[in-house]
Design a protein. Structure first.
Length: 152
């Protein structure tokens, strides 16, 4: 899967420009695999969970959009107490909690921080700051693909 973002200039009402990325809808609608598959499984060494990606349209193939949407939804899931032991060693768990706190501190208001803190640690925190999806590569199993993450 290769998505090439296009940098778009956006003039905010304040007069400042901020970069936005947009993807061509044709690219998002393309098959994420060759040959096209109705579903795939994404794995990552940093995550104890697998992400099942299915076609958003019946009887069709997994698209690039389906992959991005499934990753986004999966990483936003809160970690429940019973899953905490899956999150590695006590040192790994401490690093995950520090990542969670850094994410909370970036929120703009105290009510937003309190609301997010109440929702608990999320799966994305297990990436410990490596939130840039570098690549997705095939494995020996034709329906399983490995995600590689890096620092933004």
């Amino acid at each position: 899967m290769t998505l090439q973002p296009r940098l778009v200039s956006f003039d905010a009402p304040s007069g400042r420009s901020s970069p936005l990325f947009e993807y061509d809808t044709t690219t998002l609608a393309e098959a994420a695999t060759s040959p096209p598959l109705p579903s795939i499984l994404l794995i990552c060494d940093n995550l104890p969970w697998r992400i099942r990606v299915s076609s958003s349209l019946p009887n069709l193939f997994v698209t690039n959009y389906d992959v991005l949407q499934a990753i986004h939804i999966s990483l936003r899931i809160p970690i429940v107490h019973a899953e905490w032991p899956l999150c590695g060693t006590p040192q790994d768990q401490d690093a995950i909690l520090r990542t969670f706190e850094r994410r909370i501190r970036r929120l703009s208001s105290e009510p937003a921080r309190a609301d997010e803190r109440a929702k608990s640690v999320r799966r994305i925190d297990c990436l410990m700051g490596m939130t840039k999806l570098v690549r997705i590569t095939p494995s020996e199993d034709p329906e399983v693909f490995a995600m590689e993450w890096g620092r933004p």
